[in-house]
Design a protein around this ligand. Structure first.
Ligand code: ZN
Length: 158
């Protein structure tokens, strides 16, 4: 029996999440923060595909988020580094990976997340929040104003 299905590459590997022709794939997201990442990456009219609790050779279970037609800007990458520092980013063009990199984790995060301390000056005044990285694995950051430390994944993004 013949088939008229369009070919999208020679790979016979079963895809766990729908393929995109152009855009960005964020892989190796810890399962617990997959939806948070999906929310971060959902722009105005972008098509976003989310895979949760997928099998992975590297970790027990992981999440994958794919965004069609968009590459990530510096601010989004900074947010991603805070909540999913172990994630990898692949840029897709014409169904192929043209660039793949680990999310760059900066030494400092500015204006990307709220301080979780309700008594912090940044929650009462319109100050730009600033967190210093104090540990990278796991990622722990310290608010430079109230000096409290938090796991990056626990902070609410702005
Ligand atoms: Zn604070």
């Amino acid at each position: 029996m013949s088939t008229t299905e369009p070919s999208t590459g020679s790979s016979t590997r079963i895809r766990q999440v729908e393929a995109i022709s152009n855009g960005t794939v964020v892989d190796h997201i810890p399962s617990a923060v997959t939806l948070k990442v999906a929310q971060l990456l959902t722009g105005s009219n972008d098509q976003v595909f989310v895979g949760m609790n997928l099998r992975s050779s590297r970790s027990a279970r992981k999440g994958v988020v794919k965004i069609a037609g968009r590459e990530l800007d510096a601010r989004i990458l900074s947010c991603l580094a805070l909540i999913a520092p172990e994630a990898t980013v692949s840029i897709i063009r014409d169904y192929g990976v043209v660039k793949k990199f680990a999310v760059p984790v900066p030494d400092r995060f500015e204006g990307v997340a709220r301080c979780a301390n309700p008594n912090c000056v940044t929650t009462h005044e319109r100050w730009t929040t600033r967190f210093q990285v104090v540990s990278r694995q796991p990622l722990i950051v310290r608010c430079i104003y109230c000096e409290r430390s938090f796991a990056g994944a626990d902070l609410s993004l702005l």
